[in-house]
Write a protein that binds this ligand. Structure first.
Ligand code: BMA
Length: 300
């Protein structure tokens, strides 16, 4: 079926937020009690970000909560690692808990924070699970070979690769391996990072990732998809040869950061369709639809 951008994009803009924000974008996504839930990043007028949830019965029409869901101030003893904001959550359901991995931003530079919730009202915040500088972390929804697995993107000096590591308890991580490197000279030349939580399919784990290429003073952000081995998730079985989502329309080209499409999550449906939630120009939330079968085809 290809990838179809929703005709009524964007599905959320700052006008849909019942309080004053600079922007709403980069939402983690999941389903809870048969509803679609987006954990949206809202950049407040002072330039620091928090999260607000938005809920929908159909995955297209979302209502944004009247107050913030999670703020830097909620981080108590971890506050100094999130003082400049919390950004870009990814949501993974394991048993009856939802685990959020997101960027904590502070003078120490970005790192990854882990939090757990069962209801998106109260959160258990575990604090940093990486050192800085690291972003774009997502956790696999089940143990593989007796361990939990996460994917993230350390910012080593001249490198911007995606790494994978494992843990017995989601808190203590090791067994680090490079998972993917940017394909040189292509749309993802400058850096890559994971975008979505992994989805399990018969052929492997599907993962959205973003790729960046700089042109002059601006960078072009696009989205691709990769297939990882089911039992050995550190093995890449295939990936899209070209981006599956690129900035085309004004709502993706014009905004706080121009020419950006960026995703933090997707939702797979029982009928094999997939809703990809993504943001345009760091200024809104959009939707694109596809199917697992199509994504598997282009990863082969
Ligand atoms: C990345 C992240 C995202 C943002 C993107 C494009 O590095 O900071 O939050 O959407 O840049 O500006």
């Amino acid at each position: 079926m290809g990838i179809i951008k929703y005709s009524k994009n964007p599905i959320l803009t700052k006008k849909d937020v019942p309080f004053n924000v600079n922007s709403i974008f980069n939402a983690g996504s999941t389903k809870i009690n048969d509803k679609y839930l987006l954990m949206c990043r809202v950049e407040m007028p002072n330039g620091r970000s928090s999260f607000v949830k938005a809920v929908s019965d159909n995955g297209y029409d979302f209502t944004v909560d009247s107050k913030l869901t999670l703020t830097p101030q909620d981080h108590k003893e971890h506050y100094k690692y999130v003082e400049w904001g919390i950004e870009d959550s990814r949501i993974t359901k394991i048993n009856d808990s939802y685990y959020l991995t997101y960027t904590g931003y502070s003078k120490y530079m970005p790192l990854v924070i882990l939090a757990e919730t069962k209801d998106f009202s109260t959160f258990k915040i575990f604090g940093p699970i990486t050192e800085p500088s690291n972003k774009d972390c997502t956790i696999f929804p089940e143990k593989i070979d007796g361990m939990y697995w996460k994917i993230d993107r350390p910012n080593a000096e001249h490198r911007r690769d995606i790494w994978i590591s494992s843990s017995p308890d989601l808190l203590h991580w090791g067994n680090y391996k490079v998972l993917m490197e940017p394909a040189e000279g292509t749309w993802e030349n400058d850096k890559i990072g994971s975008s979505s939580q992994p989805i399990k399919t018969k052929d492997g784990w599907l993962l959205l990732y973003h790729g960046v290429r700089g042109f002059g003073i601006s960078s072009l952000y696009k989205i691709g998809v990769v297939l990882l081995d089911l039992q050995k998730p550190w093995i890449v079985k295939g990936k899209s040869q070209e981006p599956i989502l690129s900035p085309e329309f004004n709502y993706e080209r014009i905004g706080d950061v121009q020419n950006v499409v960026f995703s933090c999550g997707w939702i797979d449906e029982p009928d094999g369709k997939v809703k990809i939630y993504y943001s345009g120009a760091d200024s809104n939330i959009c939707l694109a639809e596809t199917s697992i079968d199509y994504l598997l085809t282009i990863c082969k």
